[in-house]
Design a protein around this ligand. Structure first.
Ligand SMILES: Nc1ncnc2c1ncn2[C@@H]1O[C@H](COP(=O)(O)OP(=O)(O)OP(=O)(O)O)[C@@H](O)[C@H]1O
Length: 618
């Protein structure tokens, strides 16, 4: 069972129990909710009356259950009706825009101008107190909330390529709305639902409390709170039961909808919800006791590290070593696991992903060895941005759009060093100058959108090197740039390497020309595995894995006689071949390759290949 589905069990069971109890109220052996017993008014809990008796001697437990039936019926009923109406309005307004938007979403928004309780009071006063007028009032009240959420989500989804593609294919708008857009707007809808149920229960209780909701003697939680308030000093417990029931039910509904959202949204990277409700995977890890690293220890030694999402392995038994001052290029086609390997080193893997095996031993500045795969959140946070830094591909998305570049740099430095005022300002300007941003005295006040693509990437590199990291992980830092800027950024990396002799670098790329220019060693990944490793010059001159050889001959500048494309595609993690993962695309593959997974072989002292037939590869 998926982890996100498992998390539904607890809140789902509690909500199911609550609903079953209130639905089964007529058949449960409950006492009469109206049966008075004046001599025993305000009596405490007893064997006959588990939660005691109220101001008329009526049984509190049965009134609580019947009261819940009324409250939940009103809250859930109005939430569902409002969801149907609001979703329809939001979908139509968001998809068709123009006049349709005016008569749907905008018209519904007029309701938002009125204070909610006053509006509910108005409807109830016109229609009279009772369950159905209350449901109608709450439905009118909450419809615009849904309409706005669905409208915003529809607008967002409407502009995405897959919707445009469907429109281009001539699909009927109604079909696009129901089949494509609705499932995509469902997660925010569910969150809204949980908020509305909670809010409707509070308003229902409030109106019943004011005598405008459920009509006595029918019990409701609002009425019970109102009655108990008068007798608070004599029987405080009478106030506790309905309040507890109200708070508990609202919280459980919120939790269920929150988790339902995570389970339904395949894009959800976190379990969502308030921080205290989230799984605390990393936080739950025990702090790692640092041990002294052996002399001559590499900066980073990843051994047999695997990464999985639920029970599907995405990265399998990856090993990689970075020595001080060395640049290791991580290459491979899209989806080979390069980014995940880099993210695991900074503890930035999406919450649904886990390092499931192996180790990544990093030697810190003070000579201790820590396993990054086992470090708790606090431990990794101390290293991140200080000892280990990351440069991402898309600087525009990775820089904070509402903070000036200089302020972002200041924050990055202050996260690890106590420095402020002029000293900080000087450091910021030096950094900007160092990464080649012209006129830093003026440019440090610029927002990211005011910089060119190349300058933004330079600013991002400045952020990464702000605290002189010892390990820099660059994830395709030049892919989004045009070729001239790419060359400049590569030069900047080469310069940084020269200026910081001990700094190790992992350079993720799929461009072999970049590898030749920047790296000392290269690690080739394919379908989540390392297939070849060695010094760049040697690997390029004599690849020992058919995949590396194929990659090299698919590069125009490689000097290959003929440019060849690698046939086929990378297998999906769900459908990995049983033997060698490259076998289905490999011209050297034999029956053995298809049945057995090759082990790491060492064609030379510092070379590794995962191929049975490496001797035949030229
Ligand atoms: N959050 C996630 N949930 C599930 N699978 C994921 C997640 N992130 C990545 N993957 C899968 O893990 C595999 C490796 O992804 P990764 O991003 O590391 O590849 P990559 O080599 O960096 O590719 P690219 O060059 O396109 O960035 C891919 O099959 C990808 O679909």
């Amino acid at each position: 069972m998926k982890a996100s589905t498992r998390k539904l069990i607890l809140p789902g069971t509690i909500v199911a129990l609550i609903i079953a109890t209130v639905i089964l109220a007529p058949v449960l052996p409950l006492q009469d909710t109206r049966g008075m017993d004046i001599p025993h008014r305000f009596a405490g809990p007893s064997a006959a009356h588990w939660l005691g008796q109220d101001e008329f001697g009526r049984d509190v437990l049965s009134r609580l259950i019947w009261g819940g039936r009324a409250s939940l019926f009103i809250a859930v009923g109005s939430a569902v009706l409002a969801a149907i109406a609001g979703t329809a309005l939001g979908l139509l307004g968001g998809y068709f825009r123009g006049a349709v938007e005016l008569f749907t979403v905008r018209a519904a928004e007029i309701i938002l101008c009125l204070p909610p309780l006053l509006l509910a009071l108005l409807v109830v006063t016109i229609l009279g107190a009772g369950t159905w007028p209350l449901i109608l009032a709450l439905t009118i009240l909450y419809t615009p909330n849904y309409a706005r959420v669905v409208y915003a989500a529809t607008q967002q989804v409407r502009g995405l390529d897959f919707v445009t593609a469907q429109r281009a294919m001539g699909t009927h708008p109604l079909k696009i709305l129901v089949r494509t857009i609705l499932p995509n707007v469902l997660p925010p809808l569910l969150v809204q639902m949980s908020l509305v149920v909670a809010s409707a229960m509070v308003i229902e209780s409030g109106l019943s409390f004011l005598g405008l909701g459920v009509v006595p003697p029918t019990p409701s939680w609002g009425l019970m709170i109102r009655a108990a308030r008068g007798a608070m000093e004599v029987a405080p417990l009478l106030l506790v039961w309905p309040s507890l029931a109200l708070a508990g039910t609202i919280l459980t509904f919120n939790l269920l909808c929150d988790r339902l959202q995570s389970a339904l949204d395949p894009r959800a990277v976190t379990a969502g919800g308030a921080l205290w409700l989230r799984p605390r995977s990393r936080e739950a890890k025990k702090p790692v006791t640092p041990v002294a690293a052996p002399a001559e220890a590499p900066l980073l030694e990843i051994s047999d590290m695997s990464i999985a999402v639920h029970d599907m392995e995405l990265v399998r038994r990856v090993s990689l070593t970075v020595r001080p001052g060395e640049t290791v290029a991580l290459v491979g086609e899209s989806g080979s696991g390069k980014t995940l390997t880099g993210l695991a080193m900074t503890g930035l893997l999406p919450d649904t992903l886990r390092v499931t095996g192996g180790s990544a031993v990093y030697t810190t500045r003070d000579g201790t060895a820590v396993d990054l795969a086992k470090l708790d959140e606090e431990g990794i946070r101390k290293l991140r941005g200080d000892e280990i830094s990351m440069v991402f591909q898309d600087a525009a998305a990775s820089l904070n759009p509402v903070l000036r570049i200089g302020d972002q740099l200041g924050e990055a430095i202050q996260a690890h060093h106590q420095i402020s005022g002029e000293a900080l300002q000087k450091r910021i300007l030096d950094l900007l100058r160092h990464v080649g941003i012209p006129d830093p005295e003026r440019r440090h006040r610029a927002y990211p959108h005011e910089l060119s693509g190349g300058q933004r990437q330079r600013a991002m590199i400045a952020l990464a090197v702000a605290n002189n990291p010892r390990l820099l992980i660059a994830d395709e830092p030049t892919t989004a740039l045009d070729p001239t800027i790419q060359a400049q950024i590569l030069q900047l990396f080469a310069q940084l390497k020269k200026d910081t002799p001990g700094m190790g670098m992992i350079f993720v790329t799929h461009d072999l020309a970049v590898v030749a220019e920047i790296a000392d060693r290269v690690t080739v990944m394919y379908a989540g595995e390392v297939v070849e490793e060695g010094p760049v010059a040697e690997v390029f001159a004599r690849p020992r894995h058919p995949y590396t050889a194929a990659l090299i001959s698919s590069v125009p500048e490689s000097g290959a006689e003929r440019l060849t494309a690698i046939p086929g595609t990378v297998p999906s993690p769900r459908n990995m071949p049983t033997g060698c993962r490259f076998a289905p695309r490999c011209g050297f593959a034999t029956a053995e390759c298809e049945s057995r997974s090759p082990k790491a072989e060492h064609p030379a002292a510092d070379r590794v290949t995962r191929c049975f037939r490496w001797e035949n590869v030229t």
